[in-house]
Design a protein around this ligand. Structure first.
Ligand code: NAD
Ligand code: MG
Length: 410
């Protein structure tokens, strides 16, 4: 905890205005954040050039993006698809170089042609390339919250060593960053208030028979399947509390969560004098992405203006920890120390994947995570290998718990 309070992210490194055309590498280009980022980049050809694009399996989509954006390098995470990517690009007359697998992802993260790396891979799978980008001194636009949840201290150290800034893409943390106006410390801050939409089940009381389609039907945001399920369980907010504790050097009792179904206020900062600053806007990830890409300048994102005359009342309520136990589990993990956050994140990834595959009921997700938190209590890892070991052990435990919870379904 002392570690967290020592190095709030805004104090890590100064953020100079970018000079000339910035090369941007996009880790996770075929996802929802990937698409929004490419949309913003395309609006500013005088400012940004795509340096590298990566995807895990969607080789046809990746090839099409390469034809449009002409990066120097394209990486497909699954090495079995490298030949197909090469063939598709050759056929299209593309000069983009091709690579694959974990080494390819690391190469993309450190590519000399990029000054900025957007970390938009989903899950702990994004940890190594995100760390590599930070260490290589790339300006890091962090969407991959799981990376900071499972290796907060290591990631902040890497950012500090690399000497380039970290800017939070996650809309809540981006809102806090905006409200702090780049303040170098959190002195004078009374608390952070993270808003949560409440997800598609805000008013639901019976979670039997919830389908992946229902869980992914978010009322305000269009996102990838994993974060959509996390929003439905409120685990997303739990991960974000942990993310905020690292990014802003805040203890848990100064990070509040309030449910705000309209998703117009993206988060708030309350100062010691009682002032509360809120960042508002239409729910569109292009806004925080454009903020990070342009920082410290403001650039057009393509998002719609907020129409206050049509907004109607803004509603706020406390989160219901009985109906959404995942948020309580995240608090428990945060209190238990850094290793518990790895257990929380890994077991959640396994449980969410099982739910999306139809192998685990929605209502059993929290039970799997709770079982893993109960059964393992490793010491705080001192290295990335330590993080990966705890992550792997938690995944094994979680898979056993899934198999036991839903026998015959796996
Ligand atoms: P997504 O599922 O739409 O896209 C994920 C991307 O990661 C894809 O390009 C995929 O190819 C790649 N990927 C998946 N598994 C991989 C692996 N094992 N190795 C390498 N690449 C892999 O997800 P998303 O909604 O774009 O979210 C991406 C990240 O951003 C997540 O960490 C999420 O929590 C965070 N985030 C998303 C939103 C949003 O609005 N979508 C908002 C805030 C934060
Ligand atoms: Mg968020």
């Amino acid at each position: 905890m002392a570690d967290r309070e020592k190095i709030p992210v805004a104090a890590l490194n100064p953020v100079p205005a970018a000079a000339g055309v910035q090369g941007v590498t996009l880790l996770g280009a075929t996802g929802s954040i990937g698409a929004s980022t490419l949309d913003v980049i395309t609006r500013h050809p005088e400012r940004f050039r795509v340096a590298a694009l990566t995807a895990q399996t969607r080789v046809t989509e990746l090839a099409a993006l390469c034809v449009t954006h002409r990066p120097a390098l394209a990486v497909i995470g699954d090495p079995a698809r490298e030949a197909t990517l090469r063939e598709l690009l050759q056929r299209a007359g593309s000069t983009t170089r091709v690579s694959s697998g974990p080494d390819g992802l690391l190469e993309a993260a450190q590519l000399a042609q990029a000054q900025t790396v957007v970390a938009a891979i989903v899950g702990a799978a994004g940890l190594l390339p995100t760390l590599a980008a930070a260490r290589a001194g790339k300006r890091l636009l962090l969407a991959n919250k799981e990376a900071i949840v499972c290796a907060g201290s290591l990631l902040l150290e890497a950012v500090r060593a690399g000497g380039a800034p970290l800017l939070p893409v996650d809309s809540e943390h981006n809102a806090v960053h905006q409200c702090l106006s780049g303040a170098a410390t959190h002195a004078g801050v009374r608390r952070l208030v993270l808003t949560a939409s409440g997800g598609p089940f805000r008013q639901r009381t019976d979670f039997t028979g919830v389908t992946p389609e229902e869980a992914c039907a978010h009322p305000n945001w269009r996102m990838g399947p994993k974060i959509s399920v996390d929003s439905a369980t409120l685990m997303n907010k739990g991960l974000e509390v942990i993310e905020a504790s690292w990014l802003f050097g805040m203890p848990r009792d100064r990070i509040d969560v309030v449910v705000h179904p309209q998703s117009v206020i993206h988060s708030m900062v309350e100062f010691g004098d009682g002032s509360v600053l809120a960042q508002m806007g239409t729910p569109d990830m292009r806004t925080p992405i454009a903020y990070c890409l342009g920082f410290p300048e403001r650039i057009d994102s393509g998002s719609a203006s907020l129409d206050f005359t049509r907004l109607g009342p803004l509603h706020f309520e406390a989160p219901d920890l009985d109906r959404f136990p995942c948020l309580g589990l995240a608090y428990r993990a945060l209190d238990a120390g850094p290793a518990a956050s790895i257990l929380l994140n890994a077991s959640n990834e396994v449980a969410v994947e099982a739910f999306l595959d139809g192998r685990l009921p929605f209502a059993a997700i929290a039970g799997v995570i709770s079982e893993v938190l109960d059964s393992e209590s490793p010491a705080a890892p001192a290295s990335v290998d330590g993080v990966l070991e705890i992550d792997a052990a938690a995944r094994r435990r979680a898979r056993q718990a899934v198999a036991r919870t839903a026998p015959g379904r796996s």
